[in-house]
Design a binder for this molecule. Structure first.
Ligand SMILES: C[N+](C)(C)CCCC[C@H](N)C(=O)O
Ligand SMILES: O=C(O)CCC(=O)C(=O)O
Ligand SMILES: [Fe+2]
Length: 421
C-alpha cells in the first residue's frame, strides 16, 4: 500500500488553480451587466481579476472571474482556516461547529488584494483567498465531474485500442501502474498480461492497487463448476449481465478475474458498460432514469449449502447519482439476486418495471456487448460499480481465481499518483 504524500497532492492542486485563473481571466468582458443596481456593491481589482461583493443580511455574495457565488455566513465561519480553527498539518477542523451561532453575521468584511477578511462578532478574523473560495464554492463544484470517464459500447472500446499493461511494468514501475489505473478509471475495465497463472501472483497484483475485500466468498477465491456454494456462478450455466454483491449495503468496488485453466468450450466473458446504457436511458426517457435513481430496492443472498449459511441484504436504487450534478457513481443491477419488491406502491411499481425494461433493453443491445475469452496470464479488473459482467455457458474443466477490492483504496492509489479520481 501507499503512504500519504499530501504535499504532492497539494502542489498539483495549486497548479490546477493557476491554470484556471488564466482561462477565466479571458471570460470577464461582460460581467458588469450582471449587477443589480439597487444595492451597494464593492468593486475591487485583485491581481488581474476583478472582484465584486455584497454583504447581504443572511449571506455573502461574490462575483469573481465571471462566477456568481453565494456563501452562507455559518459556512464562512465553519471553514475558517486560521490556526485556531483548522490544523493545516493534519487537514482537520479544530473548530467546534456546534458552538457557532447559526445566525452568525460578520461585523465587517474587507478585501485586500486577493484576500477577503471577515471579522466576526467575537473579534475572530477569518481570511479567504478569492481563488480558494471560488475553487471550493458550490457553484464551481456543480460544474465539475467527480470522475472523468469514457462511456463505451463494443466499437468505442475496440477502437480505443486500450493496451494491457505488462505484469512486471505494473508491479515494478509507477508509469505502468499509472497507465493501468488511468485505463481503469476511464473505461471501468483494465487488463494486466503476462501474469504467472497462479492465485499467489493474482493476489500480488491486487495488493499493488488496493486492499482485498474479504467477503463471505473468502479473501482470494478460487472456483470451478463444483456446486460448492449456493450460487449459479459455481455451475456451467450461462450468466446474464449483472453486477456482483448487489445484496451488500455497499457492493464490492472492484472484481478481479484470472482464468487459470479451461479445457473445454464456451465460457467467454461478457462485459457491458452500465453507465453507457444508463446514459442512453437518460437521453431517451429522462423520467425513467430519475425513477431508477429514486426507487430503493432490496437484493438478497440466501445460502444454506453444507457448512455455508448466509443471509445478506442490500438496499439501494439501481442507479445511484450525486444529487448536485446528477453524475452516476454506482449501478446495482442483478436480476438474479433482486429480492421481493414490497416497499413501492403499485402505480410506482408499474412505472419502475417500465424503466427497468428500458435500461435492460439498452444493456442487452448487441452493439453494447464486449466479449472476451479470459486466458491464463491475462488478469481482468472490473469496476463493479459501473461495468456489468456475465458469461457464456461452458463445457469441461474451468478454473477461475480472483478477489474483490475496496473502492476507496484503489482511488487513493490513483490520487497519490496524480490522477483525477
Ligand atoms: C465471484 N464469486 C464466485 C466469488 C462470487 C459470485 C457471486 C455471485 C452472486 N450471484 C453475485 O452476483 O454477487
Ligand atoms: O464464471 C465467470 O466467468 C463469472 C461468474 C460470475 O459472474 C462471478 O463469479 O461473479
Ligand atoms: Fe458475477
Amino acid at each position: 500500500m501507499w503512504c500519504h504524500k499530501l504535499s504532492h497532492l497539494q502542489s498539483s492542486l495549486q497548479n490546477l488553480a493557476k491554470g484556471r485563473d488564466i482561462c477565466q481571466a479571458l471570460h470577464l468582458s461582460n460581467f458588469k451587466s450582471l449587477f443589480p443596481l439597487s444595492i451597494h456593491w464593492y468593486h475591487t481589482a485583485s491581481k488581474s481579476l476583478k472582484c465584486t461583493w455584497h454583504q447581504h443580511e443572511d449571506h455573502f455574495e461574490l462575483q469573481y472571474a465571471n462566477t456568481v457565488m453565494r456563501f452562507d455566513y455559518i459556512w464562512l465561519r465553519d471553514h475558517c482556516r486560521s490556526a485556531s480553527c483548522y490544523n493545516s498539518k493534519t487537514h482537520q477542523r479544530n473548530l467546534d461547529t456546534a458552538s457557532v451561532d447559526l445566525c452568525i453575521k460578520p461585523k465587517t468584511i474587507r478585501l485586500d488584494e486577493s484576500t477577503l477578511f471577515f471579522t466576526w462578532p467575537d473579534g475572530h478574523v477569518t481570511r479567504y483567498d478569492l481563488d480558494w473560495l471560488m475553487k471550493n464554492s458550490y457553484e464551481e463544484q456543480k460544474q465539475k465531474v467527480i470522475q472523468p470517464r469514457i462511456l463505451w459500447n463494443a466499437e468505442i472500446y475496440q477502437q480505443a485500442q486500450v493496451p494491457a499493461v505488462d505484469f512486471h511494468c505494473f508491479l515494478e514501475t509507477n508509469e505502468g501502474l499509472k497507465k493501468f489505473l488511468q485505463n481503469f478509471l476511464l473505461y471501468g475495465i483494465a487488463f494486466v498480461e503476462n501474469v504467472p497463472p497462479t492465485q499467489e501472483h493474482t493476489e500480488k497484483l491486487a495488493e499493488r492497487i488496493s486492499l482485498i475485500r474479504e467477503t463471505i466468498y473468502g479473501r482470494m477465491w478460487y472456483f470451478t463448476s463444483d456446486f460448492s456454494r449456493g450460487d449459479t456462478a459455481y455451475t456451467k450455466l450461462a450468466l446474464d449481465r449483472h453486477t456482483d454483491t448487489t445484496y451488500f449495503q455497499e457492493p464490492c468496488g472492484i472484481q478481479v478475474f484470472h482464468c487459470l485453466k479451461h479445457e473445454g468450450t464456451g465460457g467467454k466473458t461478457l462485459l457491458v458498460d452500465g453507465f453507457y446504457a444508463a446514459q442512453q436511458v437518460l437521453q431517451k426517457a429522462p423520467e425513467e432514469f430519475e425513477l431508477l435513481s429514486k426507487v430503493p430496492l432490496k437484493h438478497e443472498y440466501i445460502e444454506n449449502i453444507g457448512e455455508c449459511h448466509n443471509h445478506m441484504i442490500g438496499v439501494g436504487p439501481v442507479l445511484n447519482i450525486y444529487p448536485w450534478n446528477k453524475e452516476l457513481y454506482l449501478i446495482r443491477y442483478n436480476n438474479y439476486d433482486r429480492a421481493i419488491i414490497n416497499t413501492v406502491p403499485y402505480d410506482v411499481v408499474h412505472r419502475w418495471y417500465t424503466a427497468h425494461r428500458t435500461l435492460t433493453t439498452e444493456l442487452r443491445r448487441p452493439e453494447n456487448e464486449l466479449w472476451v475469452k479470459l486466458k491464463p496470464g491475462k488478469v481482468l479488473f472490473i469496476d463493479n460499480w459501473r461495468v456489468l459482467h456475465g458469461r457464456e455457458s461452458f463445457t469441461g474443466y474451468r478454473q477461475l481465481c480472483g478477489c474483490y477490492l475496496t473502492r476507496d483504496d484503489i482511488l487513493n492509489t490513483a490520487r497519490l499518483l496524480g490522477l483525477h479520481a
